[in-house]
Design a protein around this ligand. Sequence first.
Ligand code: ADP
Length: 673
Amino acid sequence: MANLSLRHIYKVYPNGVKAVNDFNMDIEDKEFIVFVGPSGCGKSTTLRMIAGLEDISAGELRIGDVVVNDVEPKDRDIAMVFQNYALYPHMSVYENIAFGLRIRKMPNEEIHKRVTEAAEILGITEYLDRKPKEMSGGQRQRVSLGRAIVREPKVMLLDEPLSNLDAKLRTQMRAEISKLHKKLQTTFIYVTHDQVEAMTMGTRIVVMKNGFVQQIDTPQNLYRYPGNKFVAGFIGTPQMNFFEGTLTKNGNKVDIKFEYSDAMITVPYEKLLKARPHYLDGNHPVYIGLRAEDASLDPEVVANSKYKVKVVISHIEELGNESLVYADINMHGDGYTESSTRIIIKSQTANQYTPGEVYDCALDVDHLHLFDKETEESIIPRIPEVNEIECKVKDGKLAFLNSLLQLPSAITCPEGKGTMLLPTNAIVFGGRATANAVECEEIGGKYLVSLDVAGRRLFAVSEKPVKLGECNISIDMKRISLHIEDTVVEAMNEKVAFNGTFDKQKVVEDVAIFKKPKKDKKQAEEVVAEQATDEQPVAEQVEQPLEESEQPEVVKYKKRKVIHFYLNIAGTRFDAPDDIAQKIFATLPPRTVFSTPFRYEFTPYDFTLADSGIPAKVERVLDYGNEKFAVVRIDENTVINVFVKDNVWGDVYLQPDISKVGVVETVRDIRLA
Ligand code: ADP
């Protein structure tokens, strides 16, 4: 039993294929995680890296508390089940299951106990004397499961274990594997390209595409709240219907117009509160997604619905208990080919409809999905990024909703009317303004708080739950941006990034040679401070304080050349933290380490002004009232904002807090920290 942590995991194959990009996930003990996605998306590669069958190009993998990047597969306490069973044909089922234990020299008695128990669990007791070729595919897969179970691993890894089985057996084995997971109470990680398998088995699912994680969530959340069009289309059968369209806000209503047809529905604006206003101007193309079960031809449903479109039915697929009606919202569409106007409708009343005829179809607008046509990201995400609010600037004050705020001197803005972009993370709980919290929903460990401010719905994100009712808020002014008349005042840039390299330098150091302790001569001869070599950083040493009487006596000092490693940040060297140096050596091809460009990232809060460091020139100070930031120029192309307590000016030196550094190798775009 174990939890796993994957941090910035990458796989770059020697041929340059970047199969896995920045995979981050914490897996709890006893979870059943499914990696799903189309062929080639990187799911097997990720599983094989966890198994230790594939080197991890960059990143950190922990099983329990131990970093296992360099731990041999056999020592990782994992067991893996493969698609092709990987059984030894000449051995009996019993011996196949026992094989791994025999290699580990387990006593025969214990082996017998484990094999018979596993056979019992899997219902293959009567086949223990058979050879694999005398068994069906399903039985063979049970044997390979048995071989994994008897190891009593901390983590079970299953790579498409059911894809060689026929449909009926797959369904049966699916249920059996879920049962096995409950019984064994072990962490399972399961790879499949079959979304039904993923949805029915996983406690959480990782949807992948082209080496990138698209979404990690529970089956229900993936189904209800797909974050992008790919996830929306991948999860669910039949595939979600997608139409192209535009949204136009008219007062408290929004017209949803479907392209290439006359279809249009008008929904209350409150259904689209989370959408950024520019999507509602009638000019931004979107994808409208609707699942087959969220459309209905049932005359009773249609009669009671306010949201109807006309469809012409092309054909009907009978599934037994229900039917799929293929239709088109374009009266000239054929309904057979997937298109921007084809609609598939789940129906219990399909025998009432005639192909070729036109019917009213009711749409369940509570389950509409909307995606940006370009980025394909949801435009009504569960946690929206910003609130867009009408505002006015006059006499140095910002008026919006019922509030009037003094603009801090950092924000210089002409007078006039316009809009304010207020990010959800710029609303801070606590402060002098009051709002009414009407809803607080936990989403992925954070809280989305719906606020009523002067009759307008605003969204805020909080790390902690917020009590409903009246609450105090304030606004983090450095995060707002204003569009007043023709002027755009951007939010403060909180990104601090420098170009740099990783450097080394040989230095001559005095190294102490100690007197040999009496007991262990051999060891004592080696007691010199450990040196770094050209290609390896100094190993981390845990220094134990010695008792006074144990202090070894220094005999002499010897001069030795030692190599020091540095992060060269914008031309200034800083001692490289050991963990960063180790990650760089572990990730980069050896001969490229000192010639590769890196990007070093910080936040504005990671600096102090000191007597030495990165030379910079203060151009001005941004005063937001409660915080000040110096705008400092590093070179022609680099200007950053750093937090300062007081006003500063002129030439300064910046000392970054190196322990906070984010490191990106820019050639292959790999994040190391
Ligand atoms: P999946 O399991 O999702 O089908 P894989 O993890 O097997 O995908 O592969 C991900 C990508 O990595 C694919 O583009 C594949 O061609 C590539 N790939 C897999 N194995 C190797 C390899 N040994 N050498 C080079 N490229 C590989």
